[in-house]
Design a protein around this ligand. Structure first.
Ligand SMILES: [Zn+2]
Length: 485
């Protein structure tokens, strides 16, 4: 048995003005064959899962390149084509293979390619032929297009948001692929298109949790091999954006189609009820002021670098500075220039600093403040489940009661260590604001009195109706009144 595995991933916010070139992949995570570390990044989990099984089962594993760019705007044509062709050349050299697996995010959009993953997988299928098993793992924030599903025998998505299960789902993919190659199962996939941009839910909220627990209990019984809920990524203006349900059964196509539709209609009936309240900036401060337990932790959802925006918006910093009597902390704001000045000033240094609002026209205004440097580091390295994430050289600065963490590399604030590594004690803060959509919640729930979500109004809007889509296939809710008619 010979298995090939590779990973090519990013999430493209087609509305974000930050360009993504090949160096964006090489800077964030780039592991050519043999260079992948023992721990996975989010989307390269199939590499780690396949290594574990190869050792256990004794098959031959051939590793291709694994790479990931922090989410941003459109990927350049040469970046996508060169990385795609690098992996396809490695696959060609590895032939013959029985199994080819890919760790993908699923929302990559490149200049000239609405469906990068569909293009990669269709070409991979041509190389390996119809008999080999082709499979892919995706983030649930993917565009689950018909082309990419047709090119595969197996598709497995993360089920959890926050994405705490990327390695567990990679284990599922590897296991199903091996069983398929050995002839033990005959997977067939059917998909239901919910035709909505707003079906996304969180699995740390009651409705989302209950649904995902239920679908996990269905798997492995009555011929149901796998169920995936593709939330879609509404910041990607591509034809097949939206919520889709994929069911894989052992040979029973009718059953897969019926269950996919049933679950899709359940998701539609949940609607916005599955979404937690989003607080406005002043509402968040008022809540923290009235709270009897600290810290109250808020995710600044729409300035999360994980959604492709810069992560340098100052709306909440400005709000916190207006309340100097409330002990607060906020981070990680992307500002390599400010970090450089803070490191030059050193710990204890005083300086006038221009913070944030520099990267793009959607960043909002910069903020000027006289700060004291509280901590500096050459590399702010924080955990996210089994992976490690670098925010690069970083600094913490204080303006009275307000502590602000600044980083040089764009990444989400996954862990309280983003603060504690720089000497910021979150237990003494009434309110903590983190640049993350929801991935922060798993680690921060261990130190937070409560977890909440913010809507500061930008830079990416909470409401799809506030965005002008040009490529989306219509009809789709909420752009069209009744797309199911
Ligand atoms: Zn995601």
């Amino acid at each position: 048995m010979r298995m090939f595995v590779a990973s090519l991933a990013t999430e493209t916010n087609t509305f974000a003005p930050l360009p993504t070139d090949r160096s964006a992949f090489e800077r964030t995570f780039y592991a050519p064959p043999g260079a992948h570390p023992a721990t996975p990044t989010l989307c390269s989990a199939p590499v780690v899962a396949a290594r574990r099984r190869a050792k256990q089962d004794g098959f031959t594993l051939i590793e291709g390149t694994s790479t990931w760019a922090e989410p941003a705007g459109l990927v350049s044509r040469i970046a996508f084509e060169s990385l795609r062709d690098e992996i396809l050349d490695q696959l060609r050299a590895a032939m013959p293979v029985d199994i080819a697996l890919f760790g993908l995010h699923g929302a990559m959009v490149a200049d000239g390619y609405d469906d990068c993953e569909g293009d990669l997988l269709a070409r991979a299928r041509e190389i390996v032929g119809p008999k080999a098993v082709v499979g892919a793992e995706y983030d649930l924030h993917c565009h689950l297009t018909h082309k990419r599903v047709a090119a595969c025998d197996l598709v497995v998505l993360f089920k959890e948001f926050p994405h705490t299960d990327f390695l567990a789902r990679a284990d599922d993919l590897v296991d199903l692929a091996l069983r398929t190659a050995r002839g033990e199962i005959r997977p067939v996939m059917e998909m239901f298109d919910c035709r909505t941009l707003t079906g996304a839910f969180m699995t740390n909220q009651p409705m989302g949790r209950a649904l995902v627990d239920r679908i996990m209990a269905m798997e492995g019984r009555d011929g149901i091999l796998s169920i995936s809920l593709a939330h879609g990524f509404s910041a990607g203006d591509v034809p097949e954006v939206g919520f889709r349900v994929l069911v894989t059964t052992d040979g029973d196509r009718a059953k897969a189609a019926a269950l996919a539709e049933q679950l899709g209609r359940e998701v539609l009936s949940m609607g916005r009820a599955a979404t937690p309240r989003h607080y406005k900036p002043e509402e968040a401060v008022a809540l923290a002021r009235a709270a009897t337990a600290w810290p109250q932790v808020f995710g600044d959802r729409w300035d999360s670098p994980g959604g492709g925006v810069p992560g340098d918006s100052t709306i909440m910093i400005e709000t916190l500075l207006r309340h100097p009597d409330v002990p607060s902390a906020i981070g990680v704001t992307w500002d390599p220039v400010a970090v450089e000045f803070c490191r030059a000033a050193g710990v204890g240094g005083n300086l006038w600093l221009r913070i944030g609002g520099k990267a793009t026209p959607v960043s909002g205004p910069s903020l000027d403040a006289h700060v004291v440097v509280k901590g500096v580091t050459d590399d702010l390295l924080i955990p996210f489940e089994q992976s490690w994430v670098s925010l690069g050289p970083a600094a913490a600065v204080s303006v009275g009661n307000v502590d602000i963490v600044l980083g040089s590399k764009r990444a989400q604030t996954f862990s309280p260590q983003a603060f504690s590594n720089l000497g910021v004690d979150l237990s003494k803060k009434a309110i903590v604001v983190v640049k993350s959509s929801n991935h922060f919640s798993a680690a921060f729930s261990k130190i937070a009195a409560a977890i909440h979500y913010l809507d500061t109004g930008g830079p990416f809007p909470h409401d799809p109706l506030a965005v002008t889509y040009k490529r989306v296939r219509r009809p789709i809710a909420p752009l069209d009144a009744n797309p199911w008619a």
